[in-house]
Design a protein around this ligand. Sequence first.
Ligand code: 5GP
Length: 112
Amino acid sequence: MTTIFDKIINGTLPAEKVFENERILAIKDIHPVAPIHFLIMPKKSIRDLQSVKSEDLALIGEMVQVAQSLAVKYDIVDGYRLLTNSGPEAGQSVFHLHFHLIGGRRLTHELG
Ligand code: 5GP
């Protein structure tokens, strides 16, 4: 299934990019919930976290490293959240794996 994020990755839809290499793209969320709200995604089509296979684990690790680098670059190392919604019951709305990197304000304890 082609998602909005596939179109952003292949350049047919615009997005504000904050990081890109051959494997990973990070963009600003179009509806940010905090001053920093980025979406870190693999260029490879993976539906959600539950679909990740053992051969994808290096990619997931690299996505975490990208989050760490962006946290340094955007000065949020004192506190940020890195999360993914896996599946519709968790609120996933775009079915291309992505981590939300959220920070830049005091985050509450609420997750749900
Ligand atoms: P999910 O609900 O799947 O966990 O997260 C999807 C995220 O993608 C939402 O936070 C939503 O604001 C963001 N989003 C949806 N469409 C677009 C888009 O076209 N461009 C960008 N940059 N973000 C989008």
